[in-house]
Ligand binder design. Structure first.
Ligand SMILES: [Zn+2]
Length: 101
């Protein structure tokens, strides 16, 4: 999992930005971290947007990464509970597909 972390403050994100949006002064440094994390919150999607309708019902989770103060929105390959340990299974059309460890 590639993340971008500010060299001046604690800000980190999975998307690259020219300048840190938190402190406004830092440069974001690219880091390669473990994709492992824990479920911070989740939602079961029963009525999906058209492009994901064939996948419904499915679970979208907000995962707190273990190695950085970053939360990532992912699609789960199975149901989860808050606090479950999860890891990246594969990428699908640019989406992170996670499964339970
Ligand atoms: Zn910063």
């Amino acid at each position: 999992m590639k993340i971008y972390q500010c060299d001046q403050c604690e800000y980190a994100s999975v998307s690259d930005k020219y300048r840190c949006p938190s402190c406004g002064t830092g440069q974001l440094q690219e880091k390669e971290l473990s994709s492992k994390g824990s479920v911070y919150s989740y939602t079961d999607i029963h009525i999906a947007p058209a492009e994901f309708a064939h996948l419904a019902p499915y679970t979208v989770a907000l995962v707190q990464l273990d190695e950085a103060p970053v939360k990532v929105t992912v699609r789960m390959s199975s149901g989860v509970k808050i606090g479950d340990t999860v890891d990246l299974d594969h990428l699908e059309d640019g989406a992170y597909i996670y499964s339970k460890c």
